[in-house]
Design a protein. Structure first.
Length: 255
């Protein structure tokens, strides 16, 4: 297929392979939402044929489908919901589906850390800890977190970027590690203090440096450097903007 949309931005995980690539797949119990880790398409005579690699921590798979016109909204890192055929078949290891539906609005019941590919964060214990923290937040906080990070590109930067260039956690995924460490520490501190603000403490830990997702970027040399936003505004302003935008767009105060 033509390399038209960053094909294999991250390689598909090993779980995508099937013992029998043409065996009829079982779609019962599949997660409702997946993250696209790679996307490709090929223009044919009467249609556009797509292939995508999808990730969820329960299952990774490859799917194929066709449509009359290109869907320019789909891209690697976005969140999608497969529409399965009535009688699913697998061809060459790819499940033939009806289509992928782009999930444009945050779902408060979803845990974004269940859809962090191995190519983003190799330390799966770190991802597991983050997922557990989110699972135990009340619904309004989960909704806020998802509203901020529903964009796959922003969430990717949050998960993979450093927390500094020359100080603490100055390495890939350093900001995620720092955020989780602080969230766990704050939760434990609240427990010892016997207060009722455990969830708020965890949320503060997860978000206090979240704006650093837009503060650093990789230079051509492979080193991290400050962005213009990082130089001029900083992550403290950025996260306030994100929270305000999430409340305005999704009416989170009604939760």
């Amino acid at each position: 297929m033509n390399n038209a949309t960053n094909i294999l931005a991250f390689p598909a995980d090993s779980e995508t392979s099937h013992a029998n690539p043409n065996a009829a797949p079982c779609t019962e119990g599949m997660p409702p939402i997946f993250r696209v880790t790679a996307l490709d398409y090929q223009q044919e005579a009467r249609c556009v044929r797509y292939q995508a690699h999808l990730f969820h921590d329960k299952v990774s798979l490859t799917v194929e489908w066709a449509r009359g016109q290109p869907d320019t909204r789909l891209h690697p890192f976005c969140l999608v919901s497969p529409r399965w055929n009535i009688r699913p078949i697998s061809h060459g290891g790819a499940i033939q589906i009806s289509r992928l539906v782009l999930m444009e609005h945050p779902e408060p019941e979803e845990n974004l850390f269940r859809m962090v590919p191995h190519g983003w964060v190799k330390n799966r214990e770190l991802v597991k800890q983050a997922a557990e923290l989110i699972d135990n937040l009340p619904r309004p906080y989960r909704f806020l977190f998802n509203a901020i990070f529903w964009s796959g590109d922003r969430f990717h930067r949050y998960c993979t970027g450093p927390s500094s260039m020359n100080a603490h956690h100055n390495y890939d995924c350093g900001n995620l590690m720092h955020s989780i460490e602080l969230a766990l520490w704050m939760r434990e501190s609240m427990r010892k203090a016997k207060t009722a603000q455990h969830a708020l403490a965890v949320m503060v830990g997860l978000l206090h440096d979240a704006g650093k997702a837009d503060e650093y970027q990789l230079a051509p040399s492979g080193d991290w450097k400050l962005t213009d936003r990082g130089k001029l505004l900083g992550h403290g302003v950025t996260i306030i903007e994100w929270i305000a935008a999430a409340h305005s767009r999704y009416k989170l105060h009604n939760e």
